[in-house]
Structures are given as structure tokens and as C-alpha cells.
Design a binder for this molecule. Structure first.
Ligand code: GLC
Ligand code: MG
Length: 574
């Protein structure tokens, strides 16, 4: 009898865990390839460098790598301006290096997600060169428009007032073709013309090419920018006094973003990915900084899925608010979970190559707490390289600034926009250049704190952010974390706390408590009927003074300023 109950229980556990995909039970780690590991001493990270660090990634427990673009590029936007979608840029290595990376990853049961940049190519792409020359096939690959007239000096006047995301007019004059072309990003990144079916066909071929080369998915870049108003109407001013006339946010972008057609094209690309013969399911991550309703539509429906994980930027942005509170984090989490279509899967992201590092957005003591939330809420965590050791933004002088977004605005304003501070090299150890490169001068300077904040130190230390990260990620194997229900515990201005519970008495349940506040507190979560009188500390933030393994009264959990804890408990405890 007993035997059968156990058997049925095991069958249940096994099948429910088995229903989850690799990208649901695992964790995604974003690598900015220029900054992870340089293997050939040119000061820029590369594919061989990444391959040499795979064991580190296995050790910390991530199973999925998203690589920012590695394709052939003049590097005007550091790889987001692609001149050949089917080739590896020599700065990153060769196609053989890529093959080796894939082989080594598969051998470690890891999954590779490539960055896919559909909105634009480089102006050095063969398509653009042919388009300038009005080659019949390529003439309409980009968005070309006549000037609306000429000014007194004989200069052509752009078709409308649209602005580039990186500042200044979105139109660039081309002498040879005697027309303007549209670029929603740099002038070196002409927008592809999505009203031309040939362009969509090209994209499908690119996707198939990389699927054949072993990619397990794509992160799709700048999706909202694919289509523009067919009538090219002026956009109205935003009226926001914080932005001058050349800055993107001075306009309301009602004619350049999120057309219905964009969703249709994304759906078509999803079908290409799903039609690819493979026994491994694929992952689509999608970038859209937009209002929640527009973002949710990128999930698609059960019958017609689009992205598996449109990035949860509402959550990321709450960490950039001046004040971060438990209530605001809960509101952001609920905004996502309550709006997410039936049957879809959430994600938790707090940093990337375009946004400030978490330890520079919030008090650095909160690094562990934020990782606990990202990794233990229901969904997939996405960790930007270096966040596991609590790297902070690096000050970069104007002279050293590389990011065109910063350079565009000159020495007085570059810091408002430059993304270099969050792109500096990975901090591996305390040797020269932190073990990132043997070059005299890496492409961006190392953060001077690397002597202290680095992987080697944190692996050796008794306690460290990195060791805590590894312990948290390890809990993702637990059923309560994979499929358990989410229930909030106490949430207020300072505290964010929640638990993950299964209804099976033999499983461990977990609660996470993060104190965003400045004061010592003693938290009582015992009012919840599922919470037993005592629970065991399994992970604590560096800042906390409680002892791992100690048993705490759930009516009096001590939490110092910025402390965080993970406790385990069994709901059936008397
Ligand atoms: C996305 C990328 C960003 C890039 C832009 C243009 O927003 O994340 O880094 O500059 O697209 O491709
Ligand atoms: Mg190199």
C-alpha cells in the first residue's frame, strides 16, 4: 500500500518537473562578449575567451548563455550594427571558434542564445551599399524618402521631425542616391524596410542559418522599432522639460513604434524557429521597453505563441526609481504576473548592457537580496555578467568614452547617456587587468575596485556574493521553486517577503525576506496559516548576522538594514 502511494507520488513529482523546459528550470546569463574574457591580448573579449570560462559558468550553476552580438560589424554600436549577419566578426574570432564554443557548451549541457538584430543593419552591409546604388532587388530594402524641400542654403530638408533614439534627426542624407534614409538608432544603422517582404525572407534565412549552427534560441533586439507610419507624419512634442529638442524623449513616439504588423512579423519568425527540426525546444527572449499591455502582446497566445520571455523591464525599472520599497517591488511583480497571459512563464531581470548595474542602482548590500528575488520568484532569472559578484558601474572619462550614445552628446552631457560604465571588463582576479586581458590597455578600463571585487577572491572567501549566488541558484532544483505557488508574506515600505510552497508535505518550502529599509527590524510572518512556528535559515546576505542552519521563530525574524534571508520550512510541521 505504502509502496503504491510513494510510487504515485514520485510519478507525479517526476512528470510535473519534466513538463518544464531547460530555460524554465535553468538560469540565463548575459555575456557582453567584448568584456568577458580576451584570449588573444588585443584588449577585446572574444569567443575563445568565453569558451575558456565555461567551467566557471557551470560552477556557478547557469545553463544558458545569451551573447550580445558576435557578428561581423564595423562596431559603430559595438556589434549592434551588423554588416554580415552570417559571419563572425574577426575581433571575436572565427566560425571555427564559434563551433568550438557550441561543442563545448553542448558537452556541458548548456544552451546558447544569440542576439538577433532585425531592425537595422550596418551602413556597411552589402544590402545597404546595393540599396544606395538602386540595385533592383535591394532598392527598397531600407526606408528612403525624398526631401520635403531645400533650405535657403540649398540643404535638403528631412521628411519629418522624427528623432533617433541616440539623439538628433532620424534622417540622414545620402548624396549618391539623393534621398534621406531612416535610422532610428545611429546613422551607421539604417532601418530595414519591413514593408518589403524580401527583407522578412532574409531574416528567416538568417534564423535558419544559426539554428543549423547549433543556436538554441535568440534574443530579439529593438523589436518595437520595426515599422513606422506609412504616411510619415510628424510626432508631437512630449512637453517634458527635462529633454532638449535633439533628445529622443522630447517627442511622443506615436508613429514609430509597435505597429500591429510588428507582432505579425514576430509571429512569423517564431514559426520559423518552431518549424526547425530539433528535439530541443528553443528560447525566444524579446526586447521591448513599453507599457505592460504592449509588452504582454509579445507573448502571443497559447495557439500562436511569439516570445517565450519578453524581458520584464517594468521590474528592472523599479530598481532605477529614486526610492526602492517592498511595496513598489511587489507592485512591479504583480503588474507582470497579473497581466501575463494564461500558461506563460515570467522572468526577472535587473541589469543588462544598456542599464546601470544593480549595485549602483541600489545599496550594494542589497546585491544578495535582489539575486534572491530574481532567482526564487516564479519564472526565469536573467543575470548580467558580473552581477553575481556585485560589480558596480565604472566611472569613464569623456576621453575614454566609447559608446556613441554618450559621445553624441559631448563632454557636458555624455554621462546622461553613455552605457560604458556597465560594460567594463569582467573582474576575474587581482592580477593585471583582473585576468581579463594581457593587453596594455583594454578597450574599456577595469573598475579600480577589481583588486577587491573579483571572482577569485569571492571563491576563496568564507562568505561572498558569489557563494551566496551559487547557493541561491542551487535552490532552483527544488520543486517548490520550480513549480510551487507564490504567496506574498509581509510587504511594506521597507520589507519585501514571499514564499514558494507546494502542497506536498514531503517537500521543503521556502520563504525569502528582503529589507530595503534603513532600520533594524524584527519580522513576524507567523500569521500566514502555511507558516509553521519555526523555520531554518538556509541562505543569508553578507550583511546579515544570523547563522546559516539556525532555527528562527517565524514570529520574530531579525532583519538588519538591507539584510536578506532565505528560510526553509515544512508546512506540516506541528
Ligand atoms: C538595443 C540594444 C542596444 C542597441 C540598440 C540598437 O536596445 O540593447 O544596446 O544599441 O538596440 O541596436
Ligand atoms: Mg581578443
Amino acid at each position: 500500500m505504502n509502496y503504491w502511494i510513494t510510487f504515485i507520488y514520485l510519478l507525479f513529482t517526476f512528470s510535473s518537473a519534466q513538463d518544464l523546459n531547460w530555460w524554465q528550470t535553468g538560469a540565463v546569463y548575459q555575456i557582453y562578449p567584448r568584456s568577458f574574457q580576451d584570449s588573444d591580448g588585443d584588449g577585446v573579449g572574444d569567443l575563445k575567451g568565453i569558451t575558456s570560462r565555461l567551467d566557471y559558468l557551470v560552477d556557478i550553476g547557469v545553463n544558458t548563455i545569451w551573447l550580445s552580438p558576435i557578428f561581423k560589424s564595423p562596431m559603430a554600436d559595438f556589434g549592434y550594427d551588423i554588416s554580415d549577419f552570417l559571419a563572425i566578426d574577426p575581433i571575436f574570432g572565427t566560425i571555427e571558434d564559434y563551433d568550438e564554443l557550441v561543442r563545448e557548451m553542448k558537452a556541458r549541457d548548456m544552451h546558447l542564445v544569440l542576439d538577433f538584430v532585425p531592425n537595422h543593419s550596418s551602413n556597411q552591409h552589402e544590402w545597404f551599399q546595393k540599396s544606395i546604388n538602386m540595385d533592383p532587388q535591394y532598392s527598397d530594402y531600407y526606408v528612403w524618402k525624398d526631401p520635403i524641400g531645400y533650405d535657403a542654403d540649398g540643404n535638403p530638408i528631412p521628411p519629418n521631425n522624427w528623432l533617433s533614439f541616440f539623439g538628433f534627426s532620424a534622417w540622414e542624407w545620402n548624396e549618391q542616391r539623393n534621398q534621406f534614409y531612416l535610422h532610428q538608432f545611429l546613422k551607421e544603422q539604417p532601418d530595414l524596410n519591413y514593408r518589403n517582404p524580401l527583407v522578412i525572407q532574409e531574416l528567416k534565412e538568417i534564423i535558419n542559418f544559426w539554428l543549423e549552427k547549433g543556436a538554441d534560441g535568440f534574443r530579439i533586439d529593438a523589436v518595437i522599432f520595426l515599422f513606422e507610419d506609412p504616411e510619415f507624419r510628424d510626432e508631437p512634442p512630449s512637453g517634458n522639460p527635462n529633454f532638449g529638442p535633439d533628445e529622443y524623449d522630447s517627442l511622443l513616439h506615436i508613429y514609430t513604434r509597435n505597429y500591429n504588423e510588428t507582432y505579425d512579423v514576430m509571429r512569423e519568425l517564431r514559426v520559423v524557429v518552431d518549424d526547425f527540426p530539433s528535439d530541443v525546444s528553443k528560447l525566444i527572449l524579446l526586447e521591448a521597453y513599453e507599457s505592460i499591455d504592449l509588452v504582454m502582446r509579445y507573448y502571443g497566445t497559447a495557439e500562436e505563441p511569439i516570445a517565450d520571455l519578453p524581458f520584464n523591464f517594468e521590474y528592472l525599472l523599479r530598481f532605477e526609481d529614486e526610492v526602492v520599497t517592498g511595496t513598489r517591488i511587489k507592485d512591479a511583480a504583480d503588474l507582470w504576473l497579473d497581466n501575463m497571459p494564461e500558461g506563460k512563464w515570467a522572468n526577472w531581470v535587473t541589469g543588462n548592457h544598456d542599464r546601470s548595474r544593480i549595485a549602483s542602482k541600489v545599496d550594494p548590500r542589497l546585491v544578495d537580496g535582489v539575486n534572491m528575488i530574481n532567482l526564487l520568484m516564479p519564472g526565469t532569472p536573467i543575470t548580467y555578467y558580473g552581477e553575481e559578484i556585485g560589480m558596480i558601474n565604472t566611472f569613464i572619462s569623456y576621453e575614454d568614452t566609447q559608446d556613441p550614445f554618450g559621445c553624441n552628446f559631448g563632454p557636458d552631457m555624455y554621462e546622461k547617456y553613455s552605457r560604458d560604465p556597465e560594460r567594463t571588463p569582467m573582474q576575474w582576479d587581482s592580477s593585471v587587468n583582473s585576468g581579463f586581458s594581457t593587453a596594455e590597455k583594454p578597450w574599456l578600463p577595469l573598475n579600480p575596485n577589481y583588486l577587491e571585487v573579483n571572482v577569485e577572491n569571492q571563491l576563496m572567501a568564507e562568505e561572498s556574493h558569489l557563494k551566496i549566488y551559487k547557493e541561491i541558484i542551487n535552490l532552483r532544483k527544488e520543486l517548490a521553486i520550480q513549480t510551487g505557488e507564490l504567496q506574498y508574506l509581509n510587504v511594506d515600505e521597507s520589507l519585501f517577503s514571499f514564499m514558494r510552497v507546494t502542497d506536498n508535505p514531503t517537500n521543503q518550502n521556502y520563504m525569502v525576506l528582503v529589507n530595503f529599509g534603513e532600520t533594524d527590524s524584527v519580522v513576524d510572518v507567523s500569521a500566514n496559516s502555511l507558516v509553521p512556528p519555526v523555520a531554518t535559515v538556509v541562505i543569508k546576505s553578507l550583511s546579515s548576522t544570523v547563522t546559516v542552519g539556525s532555527v528562527l521563530q517565524t514570529s520574530a525574524i531579525p532583519l538588519g538594514p538591507k539584510d536578506s534571508l532565505v528560510l526553509s520550512f515544512n508546512s506540516n510541521n506541528p
